[in-house]
Design a protein around this ligand. Structure first.
Ligand code: HEM
Length: 264
């Protein structure tokens, strides 16, 4: 075999399988800890992919490529369905099985997932406090700083609607992108008109509602899994556990898209 052949790309070298399989380091001898690690790692990979796709949606909206933006949104929604479905696997772990290694997690918690916070930031739920929980100078801190300053997917959508000729108020187009997304009567009027007269853009609105609902669905399923696995025990991340998580459910990301529904 020549030197060139021996350096040929293989399944293992391309996907870095050896390195990947080295990354699961259980802290106990308990059988279920491997599942717990694998599932969280898989989530982190999907978070990475979703962020990659959301960045694409924003770029496509910025150049008015509505059709491709919608296609990419559909991909994100399909991944979200998988994210929710994966919780079924973890629910095969009983409370006692989880308790057998939970103490070994110490203060580690999904609460510390910077990619989940990045996802929230890019969807409009930003918090300076959330950035400060990460070490300054580190990867997570820098990534969150960047996403904090960037326009959200909602801002990209409003900019797109303005370029499509809709009278999006200047205050909305030039709003402080670090602030929370709040309901706006003027935007709601535009959305009502889109739903009634503009099938192309109403499809994008529907995909954004799907995205919003998909994230809420994940939150709901996660809290139910938490309730059945640890009941009302406090979280390893130090929060009140299920009570904290229940408070994050039900708040829409894009309130205008929900408020118009009873007026259509
Ligand atoms: C037995 C399984 C699980 C239990 C008992 C559990 C428990 C909890 C609890 C109690 C919290 C609240 C924060 C805290 O004090 O720790 C939390 C937050 C969180 N968990 Fe889980 N979790 C589980 C599985 C997962 C999985 C598989 C993921 C996937 C990445 C995940 C992602 C998150 C995220 C992102 C948060 C932060 C949510 C927010 O702040 O809105 N969790 N989890």
């Amino acid at each position: 075999m020549s030197e060139v052949d021996s350096a040929a790309v293989t399944y293992g070298s391309y996907l870095q399988v050896d390195q990947l399989l080295e990354l699961q380091k259980p802290r106990s001898e308990e059988h279920d800890e491997v599942l717990f690690i694998v599932i969280h790692q898989v989530y982190e990979l999907w978070f990475k992919e979703i962020l990659h796709e959301i960045d694409r949606v924003k770029r496509l909206l910025e150049v008015n490529e509505a059709h491709r933006a919608q296609h990419t949104l559909k991909r994100i929604l399909t991944i979200l369905k998988v994210l929710v479905a994966q919780l079924d696997i973890l629910e095969t772990m009983t409370p006692l099985e989880f308790m057998s290694f939970r103490a070994r997690l110490e203060a580690a918690s999904g609460f510390q997932s910077d990619q989940f916070r990045q996802l929230e930031f890019t969807l409009g739920r930003k918090s300076r406090q959330a950035i400060e929980r990460f070490t300054a100078g580190g990867r997570a801190h820098a990534a969150l700083e960047q996403r904090f300053a960037e326009p959200t997917i909602w801002d990209a959508f409003l900019g797109y609607l303005a370029r499509e000729g809709y009278a999006v108020p200047d205050t909305a187009v030039t709003r402080d992108v670090t602030a929370a997304i709040t309901p706006s009567e003027e935007i709601q009027q535009i959305l009502i008109s889109i739903y009634r007269n503009d099938p192309k853009n109403s499809e994008i609105c529907e995909r954004l509602v799907d995205l919003d609902e998909g994230v809420q669905e994940w939150r709901y399923r996660h809290v139910k899994m938490v309730e059945r696995t640890i009941g009302v025990k406090i979280g390893t991340g130090g929060s009140a556990g299920a009570a904290y998580l229940r408070n994050t459910i039900g708040e829409p990301l894009f309130p205008d898209l929900w408020e118009i529904r009873s007026r259509l």
